[in-house]
Design a protein around this ligand. Structure first.
Ligand SMILES: [Zn+2]
Ligand SMILES: [Zn+2]
Ligand SMILES: [Zn+2]
Ligand SMILES: [Zn+2]
Ligand SMILES: [Zn+2]
Length: 437
């Protein structure tokens, strides 16, 4: 099996987590031609269309399964969360610690995802385990991933859910495309030679036309999935335009981009960064330096495949990885001066603020051009606030990013909240206080 196939196997989609699709083969009841799916008797959380599928999934499932069973059997682990969302969230987080303890390791992204999104009543927050044996959660017949425990609670929740059911369905549609093993993630190699960057076209629609990929626009969900990936290189291109004028941009032959706090999202989209070279054809080599604690191993540079056209024109892409904080990297011998430093959906103010502070100070010190994005306006405003506190000179603060992803993602901590990658953008460079002196 290729790594990608393995990754896909380990992941659970929303339909799988909801118990509406087979945990192994992704088939729903209807697709598998059965009246109901079989539930794993031990963890009571994952479902299969057949004994064969359960058997095939067991090697991926067994560790998590017995951890869940252990937590289920721990008397104190399960109690009703008294019907409030904040209590429910506290329980989920606490139980994740128990799971991690039972597994004797951190939960994987997929385990965390499955745990945080497990089905519950949208009104009283009861899970299947909190219900009587004869009862089960009732799914919305249209999206199949939102539940209530009884018809009374559906009565209460229906009008609120009706507005959002369509977004849930889009989210599921996108997910289906993302889980295809051969998902084509970036736009084709053709582009309109008469038009050159900058400026970029005015929006995604125009962009796909410019890239001679108008057919993408005909399939809404497919288009959204593509924007989720292309949002990364396009956000970089838009930021470059703010820091360099046209002549400067076209004179760069060896471009170096640092990705601070890089994680899974950027890793899965690695191939799409070639788009930068398609929009800026003067680039002969593109160096992507991924720096972050989530990188698995140090790598001083490996070549990435290029499209036939770039290969023919002898363009090169190199990616290197440093599993460390940016400020540690900046003080190492591996540091090379970047044209741009990007941080995608960093949540500076929220996660690891203590680790980000020395990173930002180091970036300001080096006067590096920086582009950071946030999931929401609220987060973007908080990020700008803290950047200012740390002395950053803000060029653009918490602005809506027209190259954001259009693919909705579910916020697991809150009911009915969706978010989008790179929704808001903040550009900064250098120290605001230094300049005043
Ligand atoms: Zn199956
Ligand atoms: Zn199980
Ligand atoms: Zn309920
Ligand atoms: Zn629905
Ligand atoms: Zn290419």
């Amino acid at each position: 099996m290729t790594t990608r196939e393995e990754e896909l196997k380990k992941r659970k989609t929303y339909l799988q987590i909801a118990g509406t699709a087979c945990s192994n083969c992704h088939k729903t009841c209807k697709e598998a031609g059965v009246t109901s799916l079989l539930r794993c008797a031990r963890c009571r959380m994952f479902y299969y269309c057949s004994k064969e599928c359960q058997k095939a999934d067991f090697q991926f499932h067994k560790a998590f399964c017995s951890a869940i069973e252990e937590v289920n059997n721990t008397e104190e682990a399960w109690y009703s969360c008294k019907g409030t969302e904040s209590e429910w969230n506290k329980r989920k987080i606490y139980q994740m610690q128990l799971l991690s303890y039972a597994l004797d390791r951190e939960l994987t992204n997929y385990e965390r995802h499955a745990w945080l999104n497990q089905p519950k009543c949208q009104i009283c927050f009861k899970c299947a385990k909190d219900l009587k044996k004869s009862q089960s959660l009732i799914p919305c017949p249209n999206c199949q991933v939102v539940f209530c425990c009884c018809s009374d609670h559906w009565e209460k929740h229906r009008s609120k859910h009706n507005d959002l059911c369509a977004i849930y369905q889009i989210m599921l549609d996108c997910e289906k495309i993302r889980y295809l093993p051969d998902q084509p993630l970036w736009a084709p190699e053709e582009y309109d030679e008469d038009k050159s960057y900058p400026p970029l076209p005015k929006d995604w629609n125009e962009y796909f036309k410019w890239r001679k990929a108008s057919h993408i626009l005909q399939h809404d969900s497919y288009c959204r999935v593509v924007t989720n990936t292309l949002s990364l290189p396009l956000t970089i291109l838009a930021a470059l335009k703010r820091f360099y004028d046209r002549n400067q941009l076209h004179s760069i032959n060896d471009m170096v981009i640092h990705l601070a706090g890089a994680n899974q999202y950027e890793l899965l989209a690695l191939m799409a960064f070639e788009e930068i070279m398609h929009v800026l054809p003067d680039i002969k080599s593109l160096q992507l330096v991924m720096i972050g604690l989530e990188m698995f191993s140090k790598n001083h540079g490996f070549p990435l495949k290029c499209c036939p056209r770039c290969t023919e024109e002898n363009r090169k892409r190199v990616c290197s990885m440093y599993p460390m904080t940016y400020h540690d990297f900046a003080n190492s011998l591996d540091y090379n001066k970047p044209h741009l430093v990007v941080g995608f959906n960093t949540g500076l103010y929220e996660d690891d603020t203590d680790l980000w502070k020395p990173t930002i100070e180091c970036l300001l010190d080096k006067n590096s051009p920086c582009s950071f994005t946030s999931y929401s306006k609220k987060e973007a405003i908080e990020d700008v606030k803290i950047l200012k506190e740390w002395g950053a000179k803000i060029l653009t603060g918490a602005k809506e990013n027209k190259w954001r992803s259009n693919m909705p993602l579910v916020e697991p901590q809150e009911v009915d909240k969706f978010y989008y990658n790179n929704y808001y953008i903040t550009l900064f460079q250098g120290n605001a206080n230094k300049e005043k002196n």
